[in-house]
Design a protein around this ligand. Structure first.
Ligand code: GLU
Length: 430
């Protein structure tokens, strides 16, 4: 069982999409199930679950089931209580602010903060009599924790590197590690593909499951972090890291998928579709090293994938429905790399034309002639008719005509464009 477990705390990050994609591919390749678990337990929500599910649909990432972490809330509480009963967890009354201060100090001294165990051995009376707010901590592991990672190999975390960490907070909500470990256990997850940032969480999650007596093996894949163009870890504030931003800029899902599969990977070809990648994608050979996000490379792939779309499909992607608009879009795709830029060009064809430029008088004359003209099938006939009626020649005919038809002085060749726009000529030149 594979899973993708997004939180609702921000726009979907490109790293989240990569995790979802790789889980989807591996599940398909192994003929296994793939579930989405929306980690909605915290009240701090910035986005809706439908934002995430919509993005998965846009990218063709299908799943067998959607779970909501909040539905498991009762189990999180029950398992915390089991751990308390079995003395594998304890209530902690330490002052959160004081602990935070200690944590901060440790950070400044560049050492890892670990809970010192103050409340681990409180007696019953101390606990009952205490009026202080409390959290529940799981007792630190007594043995080292090992697990297998497909990219990094077998990893072992020494028992002393993990402290007695919080599983239920003061507000009695489970912490991420506790809820995640229980959900993976209840949902029968056997593969976890996620970003490398979670590597330090993995031993804690393993420890929770082992403490509950659950020893089903999970195979991990911690994907290398994605760096931005300055070589720093890409954060949610980097525009390019937000999937919705990329879509809004006109990067098409096919190209983004291609790019994510290519990132830090050896593939048999450079341009491919998701269904082709399903045939040969091998998660074992993904780079261990951080990978740099290169927008120029994505732009290049985007251009190539736009060329691969059918005319009808491209028309749709730029907000139109006619096949001819798709053909015009293909003309613009020779110089533009995103559907957003292409759409701007197509919209400009139908927009009101600039009539105050260098050729404004000629443009006004041509506009009037076209208004009263019949429709011409061929560009040559159309051109001859305009020449005859206006008496304009050379650039005095072609420059204003180009502006009138394309809203630009260097649009596609008119002879090529004309057959595609002849049906809309009055609309365009109005
Ligand atoms: N909700 C966490 C995140 O989005 C879960 C990660 C995971 O365990 O896969 O980072």
């Amino acid at each position: 069982m594979f899973r993708f477990a997004p939180s609702l705390t921000g726009d979907m990050h490109i790293g989240d999409l990569r995790a979802a994609l790789f889980n989807y591919i591996c599940a398909k390749q192994q003929n296994d199930k793939f579930i989405v678990r929306i980690e909605d337990i915290y009240k701090k929500r910035n986005i809706e679950d439908k934002d995430i599910l919509n993005i998965l649909t846009i990218f063709g990432i299908t799943y067998d089931h959607v779970y909501y972490q909040s539905d498991n809330f009762k189990y999180h509480l029950q398992f915390a209580s089991t751990l308390l009963d079995e003395k594998k967890a304890f209530m902690c009354f330490c002052n959160t602010y004081e602990l935070e201060a200690k944590k901060e100090l440790a950070k400044q001294e560049k050492s890892a903060y670990k809970y010192d165990g103050t409340c681990e051995n409180l007696n019953r009376d101390d606990i009952i009599e205490s009026t202080k707010p409390s959290v529940i901590r799981i007792k630190k592991p007594r043995v080292d924790i090992s697990f297998s990672d497909t990219i990094k190999g077998n990893l072992t975390f020494l028992k002393d590197s993990i402290d007695s960490f919080i599983i239920l907070r003061v507000d009695k909500y489970p912490t991420y590690n506790f809820a995640c470990a229980i959900d993976d256990m209840l949902q029968g997850v056997t593969y976890v593909i996620r970003e490398e940032d979670h590597l330090s969480n993995t031993p804690k999650q393993e420890h929770v499951r082992h403490s509950l007596g659950y020893n089903e093996k999970i195979q991990y894949v911690h994907l290398p972090i994605i760096l931005n163009s300055t070589g720093k870890k890409m954060i949610k504030e980097d525009d390019v890291s937000r999937v919705q931003w990329l879509l809004d800029q006109g990067y098409i899902p096919e190209a983004i998928i291609n790019y994510l599969i290519l990132l830090g990977n050896k593939t048999p070809k450079e341009i491919f579709t998701l269904s082709e990648a399903l045939e040969w994608f091998d998660i074992k050979i993904i780079s261990k090293l951080p990978v740099k996000f290169d927008l120029d490379k994505l732009k290049f792939l985007n251009k190539e994938h736009i060329k691969l779309l059918s005319d009808e499909e491209l028309a749709k992607r730029v907000g139109y429905s006619s096949k001819n608009i798709g053909k015009i879009a293909k003309l613009y795709a020779k110089e533009k790399s995103t559907t957003f830029e292409i759409k701007q060009k197509i919209d400009a064809l139908f927009a009101k034309k600039k009539t105050d430029g260098k050729y404004s008088e000629n443009l006004a004359v041509l506009k009037n002639i076209i208004k009263d003209s019949p429709q011409f099938e061929e560009f040559d006939e159309f051109k001859r008719h305009l020449m005859q009626k206006s008496g304009f020649k050379g650039k005095f005919l072609f420059k204003p005509l180009e502006i009138l038809l394309t809203n630009s002085e260097n649009g596609p060749e008119l002879a090529v464009l004309y057959p595609l726009i002849k049906n809309y000529i009055k609309e365009i030149t109005q």
